[in-house]
Structures are given as C-alpha cells and as structure tokens.
Design a protein. Structure first.
Length: 85
C-alpha cells in the first residue's frame, strides 16, 4: 500500500467515482443514508489509521470538523463530496 498524502488528481477522481457508485448502489438497496455514511466513514478511518501517523489522521479529522462547523459542507448539500476530504 502506498502511503502518499497527496494522490494525483486522476487517482483521486477515480477513487471518488468508485465511492459515488458504491453510494448509489447502497441507496438502491434501500440502506439508510446514516448507515451508508457511517460505514464509509468507519472504513475510511480504518484505512487512514493503518496507513498514516496518528497526528496526520487527527489533522484530517480537524479539517473535516472545521468544514462542517463553518457551514462549508452544508452549502454543498446534494453535491457528491467523494475525494474532497
């Protein structure tokens, strides 16, 4: 596993597209948005913790919290955010 912190844009776009398709599939399976988001977040955190130092994971989470608290994520409601964290 490569632990690059800044993946190339093409790679990030591809990964984001795969996540978007997985979300579409799970929604089609009538899973709740909370279940989907919780599973994706848990999986992402697990991967981050296996591949990055704790302080980097904390910074990523802090950036995400700042985006929520500032309302930035709310202003993009309805838009897919895969690959933007």
């Amino acid at each position: 596993m490569d632990d690059r912190q800044d993946p190339p844009e093409k790679e990030l776009n591809h990964a984001g597209s795969v996540v978007d398709k997985a979300i579409e599939y799970m929604m089609g399976q009538k899973l709740s948005p909370l279940a989907i988001a919780s599973a994706l977040l848990g999986g992402a955190l697990g991967l981050l913790c296996r591949t990055l130092p704790d302080d980097v994971v904390v910074q990523i989470l802090q950036n995400a919290m700042d985006s929520v608290e500032s309302g930035e994520m709310r202003t993009h409601a309805g838009k897919d955010h895969a690959g933007e964290a």
